[in-house]
Design a protein around this ligand. Structure first.
Ligand SMILES: Nc1ncnc2c1ncn2[C@@H]1O[C@H](COP(=O)(O)OP(=O)(O)OP(=O)(O)O)[C@@H](O)[C@H]1O
Ligand SMILES: Nc1ncnc2c1ncn2[C@@H]1O[C@H](COP(=O)(O)OP(=O)(O)OP(=O)(O)O)[C@@H](O)[C@H]1O
Ligand SMILES: [Mg+2]
Ligand SMILES: [Mg+2]
Lengths: 253, 253
């Protein structure tokens, strides 16, 4: 079972969109997939058409009582399950803040309760705090969505040392599995320059396929659907399908 | 002296871009402006050409020792000063986590040390934690950048109750001064629909002028400049100038 933390402290780089659409594409390819909404904003939960504030059981329930984990799982598509989040999750940061290192293995206790999946994807919030550290401590791999803009590129310099620290202190097997270029705009020099820079610097880590700017990606969550369910031939949908194949093949290049 | 917290827990909606460009435009209009980078990502600091990791004094210095606040101020343009941030700022969340309500007035102690400005703008990180709550507790007004996408629109439902709580518990004078529509794309129905929805729901609070999607806005931070300094006739630059006038006139509509 591979567990991917999808992380970046830079906001709005396409973390939730990647988890939603990669989760869907990988389940379509025949694998059993669990996606976990680990962001109090609960956009992944909303993006599949659920109302976070009406849910009785969420990832917060599982964090507080790991034995209840399996009762928080919702089946949303064939071979695709979700552990949803709601704003309550924001309480976890305070509940566990005291026990710093011990507090960072809470999600690991939850994942120990889970079996029967080929792949787990964890959607992280845009911070380097409790949630992202927990996800890194519980994961086997890290996927970094990189919006092809200046601030997102710079954010990698802050994120890589954190991944290294978690690897040293809590999770020796944690591997940076790859970087997915997102919101790529072929008409715009900034996008091209950041993509080039990222490929030069991170060579074999940047996936071949990129997610282009495509309004269908931003629209599909309004229908509670992955982009492939709304417009399977859209450029966004085709990109996520191709990236899913690369991730399943285990190689970035 | 008006103190604006520029806040949204949704990532990537244009908070930093708004603080950088509004700060510049208002100083150009003749007011004395201080901008405060209150995000450990320190994008505002980077956006004006500084290297966060090389700075000896930052907002973190001022939080720990408010008496030192004035020594953290850097003059960056005529009538425009900055209190920079660096990744060290992330330590503040842990340093003050224990004292919840008391911890939330740390920034207020810093601002008490400051005088001689017409306007202060505070750039918040994409969370509803220590930093944003502190900024709301210290501010006179809140400006909310609203990217014309679904998740950003939904984020307002989570943010408004927080503003209300801070007003009740820590800052009775806090006023929601306005909503700035950002990354507006006139060619795209989603953008138009979200803008319409926002104007219907928050009538009178949404500024007349919107910030369009404009690659110059994303490029100018690479030169360490506001967009008006790189391309004063760009659509982005003209939009920020018009919004600055609305903000100075004290009216959203
Ligand atoms: N390829 C794309 N083309 C167009 N819009 C996109 C694309 N990918 C994501 N978006 C939209 O851009 C916004 C940011 O994406 P998303 O919310 O997935 O990022 P995130 O990193 O999860 O944000 P946060 O940091 O707030 O968690 C969303 O409104 C989303 O619908
Ligand atoms: N009007 C615009 N047109 C094009 N690009 C924009 C525009 N406004 C901002 N950007 C770019 O979009 C990205 C997100 O904007 P910005 O970083 O200002 O948002 P933010 O809300 O401060 O993000 P965070 O939540 O990470 O703090 C940046 O790369 C920025 O340069
Ligand atoms: Mg997200
Ligand atoms: Mg920012």
């Amino acid at each position: 079972m591979k567990i991917y933390a999808v992380a970046s402290q830079k906001g709005g780089v396409g973390k939730t969109s990647l988890v939603q659409n990669l989760g869907y594409e990988i389940s379509q390819a025949g694998k059993r997939v669990l996606i976990i909404d680990f962001d109090p904003q609960s956009n992944l939960t909303f993006g599949f058409g659920l109302a976070p504030e009406e849910l009785e059981k969420t990832i917060y329930t599982a964090l507080i009582e790991p034995k209840k984990t399996n009762s928080t799982i919702i089946n949303i598509r064939k071979r695709l399950d979700l552990i949803p989040a709601s704003l309550d999750l924001a309480g976890a940061e305070l509940a566990f803040a005291g026990a710093i290192l011990d507090g960072y293995s809470k999600l690991r206790e939850v994942i120990k309760q889970i079996s029967g999946y080929d792949i787990i994807l964890i959607d992280c919030p845009p911070t380097l705090g409790f949630f992202t550290i927990n996800a890194l401590a519980a994961a086997t791999d890290v996927l970094i969505p990189l919006q092809t803009h200046a601030y997102a590129y710079k954010a990698i310099d802050q994120l890589l040392p954190i991944i290294e620290q978690v690897r040293e202190r809590a999770n020796p097997k944690l591997r940076l599995c790859g970087i997915v270029l997102t919101m790529f705009d072929v008409r715009n020099n900034l996008s091209i320059a950041v993509a080039d820079q990222a490929r030069k610097r991170f060579d074999g880590l940047v996936y071949e396929n990129v997610v282009p700017v495509n309004v269908r990606v931003a629209e599909s969550p309004l229908d509670g659907k992955a982009v492939a369910e709304v417009d399977p031939e859209s450029r966004g949908s085709r990109a996520y399908r191709a990236i899913a194949k690369e991730v399943l093949n285990g190689k970035a290049k």
